[in-house]
Ligand binder design. Structure first.
Ligand code: HEC
Length: 198
């Protein structure tokens, strides 16, 4: 083998190794996707990885249940900002339904200031927690509506993953009270406005 052939051979071998490594990584990677093109990423233990980039998804609305209107014991303090992944929003606009693979995130914030130039009120403070809901008929065939619910808690740094909550703890209230397919669209003006054939 002359020198240039030997270099070519070495490069060829390196490509092969890189190729095997890539195939191995893809085949044995602990992460799997949920339904088609869903942003929900699960590990092999069926735990939902903390979503990334959701503040750049479609923002659908905010509710606020401040402690001082709930005897200091609001269940889910205090502001709740809700986002949906963009593909699911597009699907919703077309069909008025949540697609398989839809993911909705609720981020919690404390009440910060109660007074501003515009008057007295509630103004957002710090981020205080994160929750998510995922609709996936293959992964959660036994959950009512195929919706599973996750809580990352309120202690920062938030854990990187969360297990689905028992049906009775989250799903049941959503099933009984949410306006559209387990989602509280009655409080999300952006989803209401985008819904076709209202
Ligand atoms: C007693 C009823 C009730 C229970 C129980 C409940 N929720 Fe909700 N959830 C709501 C309401 C009402 C909203 C509307 C937004 C708001 O006010 O927070 C909501 C909104 C959400 C949203 C935003 C998307 C949507 O479906 O509207 C997520 C995500 C969520 N809840 C997660 C959870 C998780 C996780 C649990 C269990 C730990 C849970 N919820 C238990 C009433 C409930």
């Amino acid at each position: 083998m002359n020198q240039s052939n030997s270099i070519r051979h070495k490069i060829h071998c390196l490509w092969k190794i890189a190729g095997f490594a890539l195939v191995g990584y893809t085949a044995f990677s602990p992460m799997t996707y949920a339904a088609d093109s869903s942003p929900a990423l699960f590990n092999i233990n069926n735990e939902l990885l903390q979503p990334e980039g959701y503040r750049e998804w479609v923002y659908v609305g905010t509710t606020v249940t401040p402690h001082d209107m709930n005897n200091g014991k609001a269940e889910v303090p205090e502001f709740h900002n809700v986002y949906i992944d963009p593909k699911s929003f597009t699907h919703w606009k077309k069909t008025g339904q949540f697609r398989d693979g839809a993911m909705v995130v609720k981020e919690l914030l404390s009440v910060g200031a109660k007074k501003a130039l515009t008057g007295n009120g509630y103004f957002m403070g710090e981020f205080t927690g994160l929750e998510a809901a995922v609709k996936d008929s293959k992964r959660f065939p036994d959950e009512p509506g195929n919706w599973a619910y996750f809580m990352y808690g309120m202690k920062y740094p938030l854990p990187r993953k969360a297990t689905a909550k028992p049906t009775a703890e989250c799903n049941a209230c959503h099933q009984a009270n949410a306006k559209d397919d387990w989602v509280f669209t009655q409080y999300y003006p952006v989803l209401q406005a985008a819904k076709p054939n209202k």
